[in-house]
Design a protein around this ligand. Structure first.
Ligand SMILES: NC(=O)c1ccc[n+]([C@@H]2O[C@H](COP(=O)([O-])OP(=O)(O)OC[C@H]3O[C@@H](n4cnc5c(N)ncnc54)[C@H](O)[C@@H]3O)[C@@H](O)[C@H]2O)c1
Length: 363
């Protein structure tokens, strides 16, 4: 169990055994206006019985195919309309079951519908369990621009069902690992050493994802409780994200989010070494840790037009003026927000990074 303190109150993260149990508990603790479930289509098809308890009144269950298009401003209006038509009220609870995409959609709707309603979450991907399920953020795409709209709206309860991780495609495990590794790197040397032990155990046995999730959440809790609205220290959790988001955009989301973050961390460390912030060898060391989780997506990135990557970086919402703001590093636990000169530094270093990841055609 983990308890998170937010400006709108405390909420708990509890582990339960099954999806059915999680939904039953969320429905039971729904406010007087009843529970309305917004669920990922894949999860519904994998756990049909668990959703049977909501489907007695089928209009209370809305099923959505997860994609970046689905979490766009344009795609959200029909979902809100359907919820209103189904009878959702100011005192209802929106129960969200799915990965980061469903969470972003659900949290955004819960924060704006009737000026805010309660919501609970059953995160179904590794990324959503280890990272996004706490922290209150929603992010919504506008046209082809990622995560440009957003709100802060804490859930009232999070239910972790580790059994959900068993059906995830391997890429989704690797995607979650990107965020797990990021959190441990930002936390410092001790957490990194602990992570390496747990990763070795997972590689050898296929066991221990639950421990990695709890550790990642414990680290994240420290940052979000200190800086819930992301105006200071929480910014450091964006390590790898300026590059990662640009890689997602420039490949039309051809790289899963957490894998793009892994590649972004690799790039940020390379930039840090080139700018003499990090010591020589830092980029090689980080690639040794990350490569098993991002390969072979460096090929996808290498095929992406670097001008498109550069253009997407210039649109990052952390930027001010003519600079591109990146979180760079001096080493584990020593991340810094650094404004880089977009024209003089970023494209040149990005081109060097592309040379680093260039792969001979015949391989
Ligand atoms: N709000 C935040 O704090 C925050 C933080 C990080 C990332 N995000 C956002 O999260 C999104 C990525 O989320 P994600 O990586 O969880 O992916 P996702 O929600 O897109 O899900 C990935 C795929 O896995 C499937 N899936 C979900 N649960 C499954 C299960 N248990 N078994 C089998 N398949 C399952 C989905 O249907 C989908 O096809 C991005 O849009 C990113 O921007 C948000």
């Amino acid at each position: 169990m983990l308890e998170v303190v937010s400006s709108s109150g405390r909420y708990r993260v509890d582990a339960v055994d099954t999806v059915a149990e999680a939904i039953a508990a969320a429905l039971e603790s729904s406010s007087a206006g009843g529970g309305f479930v917004l669920a990922d289509a894949t999860v519904v098809s994998l756990h049909p019985d668990a959703f049977g308890q909501v489907a007695d009144s089928s209009s209370r269950l809305l099923v959505i195919e997860a994609s970046e298009e689905a979490k766009s401003y344009a795609a959200i209006e029909p979902i809100i309309e359907a919820l209103i038509q189904a009878g959702i009220k100011r005192n209802s609870t929106l129960i969200v079951v799915g990965g980061g995409v469903l969470q972003d959609i659900g949290c955004f709707i819960a924060s704006v519908l009737f000026r805010g309603i309660a919501w609970s979450l059953v995160p179904s991907t590794l990324l959503a369990q280890c990272d996004s399920c706490i922290g209150s953020k929603s992010s919504i795409n506008v046209g082809r621009f990622k995560n440009q709209l957003g709100t802060f709206h804490a859930p009232k309860q999070v239910y972790l069902v580790f059994d959900l991780l068993r059906t995830l495609p391997h890429d989704e495990i690797r995607s979650g690992m990107g965020e797990i590794i990021k959190l441990h790197l930002v936390a410092g040397e001790n957490e990194l050493a602990r992570l390496k032990t747990h990763l070795a155990h997972y590689a050898a046995t296929g066991e221990g994802l639950d421990q990695l999730v709890w550790d990642a959440l414990r680290i994240k809790k420290g940052f979000i409780e200190q800086d819930e609205f992301d105006t200071g220290r929480r910014n450091l959790l964006n390590y790898g994200h300026t590059f990662g988001h640009a890689y997602e955009s420039a490949t039309q989301y051809g790289i899963p989010h957490g894998i793009a973050v892994s590649l972004g961390i690799s790039t940020a460390t390379f930039f840090s070494e080139q700018l003499s912030l990090a010591p020589a060898g830092a980029a090689d060391a980080i690639d040794e840790l990350l490569k098993p989780w991002y390969q072979p997506y460096e090929r996808v990135l290498h095929q992406a037009d670097r001008q498109a990557v550069f253009a997407a970086m210039k649109l990052d919402k952390k930027n001010t003026g003519a600079s591109v703001t990146c979180i760079l590093t001096r080493g584990p636990g020593q991340m810094e927000k650094v404004p880089l000169d977009a024209n003089a530094q970023v494209f040149e270093l990005l081109s060097k990074y592309y040379e680093r990841i260039s792969i001979p055609n015949n391989l």
